[in-house]
Design a protein around this ligand. Structure first.
Ligand code: SAM
Ligand code: SF4
Length: 363
């Protein structure tokens, strides 16, 4: 269905309870009729909190000297992936702080190949390792990764620039261009934004949804922005909406997106669970169909605190799995065991919007 920017803004801010519940009901109906009522699980492996970037909102930014840096060794990554495989998760997501050095990029290639080999090609691999060159994205794609998550954070350039340092390592145009590289390299392309950022307006959020539709994203991960004391953006904490309102806005963004893009994969993100223990399940009832349970070793989870009060720190993968399964069962939500859960959106070619200036003809 097409919704205008004005419709979206109105539905994001309406205080009419009837209008709100019709939106959620319509979104849920759309999801069930187009994608079924199951959720797909992607086991999340937080490979490393070393990052070359300094995003003003993120707890593991390079300037935060209070963070103890870690890197999982190959054996740990492979064993977490195999745990997910045996548990029937269907896919894993390897996420990391951003690094572009050859030691890092080759390691990802090696790990992707190894996991593919050990799972006989059956475990789907999503990567979320930040901005890279077209050649590196291609190398990882050829090794066997088939989806990539790179949030645009905000599709409004002026807002993006308020939440990132003003230097060449944090270029809005390059990040946008990476979405084009990913499409050209043959990935299912995932992006997303944070919701409830300081300076962000309902109009900005409406533009984000229309941006996702325009570029033909295959997957979207949107979560509430959660302030972190050890970051520069914390200085604006008094401008923020209450957390309950950020949760509500996220739920409505998910519902609106499902109506705008009925077939895509939409994640119920962990940040929702920080605000409400059942936040992810509520997102599923509003149109989300993907959950990414954490597989990372309990001794390392505490060091991957992009925001504070991250849930499940100290928990191991087995406990995360059984807690999630019982919460989903309590809500009557089924799981797509051993399924990748992709939908063939035929990959809309990235338009001019997703091109790195001066680097035309990526493919
Ligand atoms: N480094 C890669 C990147 O930036 O694309 C992947 C890891 S990064 C931690 C994944 C996502 O975490 C970011 O895209 C951002 O949206 C989210 N994030 C970072 N800090 C956050 C915060 N304070 N609140 C909510 N989400 C946050
Ligand atoms: Fe690094 Fe990603 Fe955090 Fe930015 S959001 S500082 S790129 S880990």
């Amino acid at each position: 269905m097409n919704l205008s920017k004005e419709d979206i803004v109105r539905l994001l801010v309406t205080e009419d309870e009837g209008e709100r519940s019709s939106l959620i009901a319509e979104s849920y109906r759309t999801k069930v009729s187009r994608r079924g009522d199951k959720v797909y699980l992607r086991g999340l492996i937080e490979l490393s909190n070393r990052c070359r970037k300094d995003c003003l909102y993120c707890g593991i930014r390079s300037s935060n000297k209070a963070v103890e840096r870690y890197e999982l060794d190959d054996e740990a990554v492979v064993s977490e992936a195999m745990f997910a495989f045996r548990a029937g998760y269907g896919s894993v997501v390897i996420q990391s702080g951003e690094r572009n050095d050859r030691a890092f990029t080759s390691r990802i290639t090696r790990l992707v190949r190894k996991i593919k080999e050990l799972s006989d090609g059956r475990l789907g691999i999503t990567l979320s390792c930040g901005e890279q060159s077209y050649d590196i994205y291609k190398e990882w794609r050829e090794a066997g990764a088939h989806r990539y998550l790179l949030r645009i954070e905000s599709s409004t350039k002026s807002l993006y620039e308020k939440i990132h340092p003003a230097d060449s390592r944090h270029s809005f145009e390059y990040r946008l261009g990476c979405l084009g590289f990913l499409r050209d390299a043959g990935y299912k392309v995932g992006t997303g934004v944070m919701i409830g950022l300081p300076f962000q307006t309902p109009e900005n959020l409406a533009d984000d949804l229309l941006f996702f539709k325009r570029i033909g994203a295959d997957m979207i991960g949107m979560g509430p922005y959660l302030e972190h004391r050890q970051t520069p953006l914390y200085a604006y904490k008094d401008m923020l909406l209450p957390k309950s309102r950020r949760l509500e806005l996220t739920i409505r963004m998910i519902a609106l997106l499902r109506i705008l893009m009925p077939d895509i994969n939409i994640a119920a993100t962990t940040a929702l669970q920080v605000i409400d223990p059942m936040g992810r399940e509520k997102a599923v009832m509003a149109g989300a169909n993907v959950i990414m349970p954490n597989m990372t070793d309990s001794s390392k989870r505490g060091n991957y605190q992009i925001y504070e009060n991250k849930p499940g720190v100290g928990e191991d993968a087995e406990i995360t799995k059984s807690n999630l399964e019982s919460n989903l069962a309590a809500c009557g939500i089924g799981i797509g065991w051993n399924e990748w859960g992709d939908f063939d959106t035929a990959g809309v070619p990235a338009g001019r919007e997703c091109r790195v200036p001066g680097q035309d003809g990526n493919a």
